[in-house]
Design a protein around this ligand. Structure first.
Ligand code: ZN
Length: 286
């Protein structure tokens, strides 16, 4: 199933994407909740109802829909650094023996087509195409071999990063550098795990104004999605709707000669096989 969160007059609603448009799932079946977190928390029973409602409901044409991030109110946004060997090499850091984890605040979330705002206190804002895992079940100390049961599905993300804050503040401020408002574009849809074969082999690409800047495959990850889910669950309880950005491959702007940083008027597209394209314009802060 391809699930989205759409803007409606009654507030955010979950919708299923069909060939002919988006079906507001709660409008199609009043037993369904209005938000993605509630739907995922309902487990397989609610997902089955959602699937039936998706077939039955009346579609809204895609051009009339305003998308929000697939999970518009996650409890956590967890991120992983240096999870592709080629990106670790271009960044001048060794491949880490254990995952490097940081987070973004919810104010960083950014919907498809919503502008990424270049903060006036940074001159080095960069892009990072990433597969995003959406957690589907509550869990702590999740064994690696059971980790897939805790994954609801996947979406596209852009781990926007202010390199001057991330790398040149005392102590390397990853959280600050990567958590400016709008620095976590996510979407367009959450594709449920049953639509994928594992281990994942999804082509992943980032285009800046139509030029391919990153092109890789999720099979190149140092730590797999299962490794990452299991690893972080040693520390905190994962909850339905939590997002896990899984790291970026080579080709980021800071590693280019000369470096390429985002500027007002740019368009960034992250495309991942079987999921779709996440597009965001770039604007200056007012
Ligand atoms: Zn990243």
């Amino acid at each position: 199933m391809r699930l989205a969160t759409i803007h409606t007059k009654r507030g955010p609603r979950i919708a299923a994407l069909r060939k002919d448009g988006y079906v507001d799932l709660q409008a199609a079946d009043g037993r369904l909740p209005s938000t993605m977190r509630q739907l995922l928390a309902g487990g397989p029973e609610l997902l089955t109802l959602a699937e039936q409602a998706a077939h039955r409901g009346d579609p809204i044409p895609a051009e009339e829909v305003v998308l929000l991030p697939p999970v518009h109110d996650p409890e956590k946004i967890i991120c992983v650094g240096a999870n592709y060997a080629d990106h670790a090499a271009e960044s001048g850091v060794p491949v880490p023996p254990e995952p490097i984890i940081f987070c973004k605040f919810l104010t960083a979330l950014c919907a498809p087509e919503q502008p990424v705002v270049l903060p006036r206190v940074s001159n080095e804002v960069d892009y990072e195409a990433e597969l995003v895992v959406v957690i589907g079940r509550t869990g702590r100390y999740i064994p690696r071999e059971k980790a897939h049961e805790y994954i609801a599905g996947y979406t596209c993300g852009n781990d926007v990063s202010a390199r001057d804050w991330q790398l040149r503040k005392p102590g390397n401020q990853w959280l600050l550098g990567k958590s400016f408002d709008t620095f976590a574009p996510c979407g367009p849809v959450l594709v449920t795990r049953d639509e994928f074969t594992h281990p994942l082999r999804l082509p992943l690409e980032l285009r800046l104004n139509g030029t391919v800047m990153q092109h890789s495959n999720t099979e190149q990850m140092v730590f797999s999605v299962e490794d990452l889910v299991s690893y972080v669950s040693q520390v905190f309880t994962l909850k339905p709707g939590d997002l896990l950005f899984t790291g970026t491959p080579a080709g980021v702007g800071m590693a280019r000669k000369p470096p390429v940083f985002l500027k007002p008027g740019d368009w960034v597209e992250v495309e991942i096989g079987q999921i779709g394209v996440l597009r965001n314009p770039v604007v200056a802060e007012k």
